[in-house]
Design a protein around this ligand. Structure first.
Ligand code: FEO
Length: 183
């Protein structure tokens, strides 16, 4: 009796995304370590916390595959690539990877829609919202480094940014949560 509620295509796409999320966690771990080794412990703290978020995303995909009767394939995780060359480069890369991740999620949404797999479509809506948050957070990092002086940011500006990011919440406020009274 067939108990797998996922098509082969969806199952493969979900497994691939599980690995993508693990890859993102590796990237954040590498960038956090890079920032810490340069003395930016607050920025490192922010990035380490984010690495955990990515592991949680990975786990959500894994659990969903299992709960739908599918087969989880734990694949090798690609390396994080080169270290950033500057704080601006670090934040630009974070933004780039988040946009790539959004594209990957949208692609599985497209497949689920084409297959009329509404359970998977519904599961993925959490990630659609999450990626809006992640991109907002990454855009916020780019704003902060721009105000700090961009590629030419001085030590005192980076020091302030370091202090601030140590306390920055993990979640960004989305446009849909904003009101006139609370912009
Ligand atoms: Fe799991 Fe930052 O996306």
């Amino acid at each position: 009796m067939e108990t797998n509620r996922l098509s082969k295509t969806i199952e493969a796409a979900l497994n691939a995304q599980m690995t993508n999320e693990a890859h993102n966690a590796q990237i954040y771990l590498a960038y956090a370590s890079w920032a810490d080794s340069r003395g930016y412990d607050g920025i490192a703290n922010f990035l380490f916390r984010h690495a955990n978020e990515e592991r949680n995303h990975m786990m959500k995909f894994l659990e969903y595959i299992l709960k739908r009767g599918g087969k989880v394939v734990v694949a090798p995780i690609p390396g994080p690539g080169e270290d950033p060359v500057s704080m601006q480069d670090c934040f630009e890369k974070v933004f780039k990877y988040e946009v790539e991740n959004t594209t990957n999620i949208y692609e599985i949404v497209n497949i689920s829609m084409a297959e009329k797999d509404w359970a998977t479509w519904n599961f993925l809506q959490w990630f659609v919202k999450e990626q809006t948050e992640e991109e907002t957070l990454a855009l916020g990092l780019l704003d902060k480094i721009k105000i700090a002086g961009g590629a030419a940011a001085k030590d005192d500006a980076l020091y302030s940014l370091n202090q601030e990011l140590a306390k920055t919440p993990d979640d960004a406020t989305l446009a849909q949560d904003v009101t006139v009274e609370n912009p």
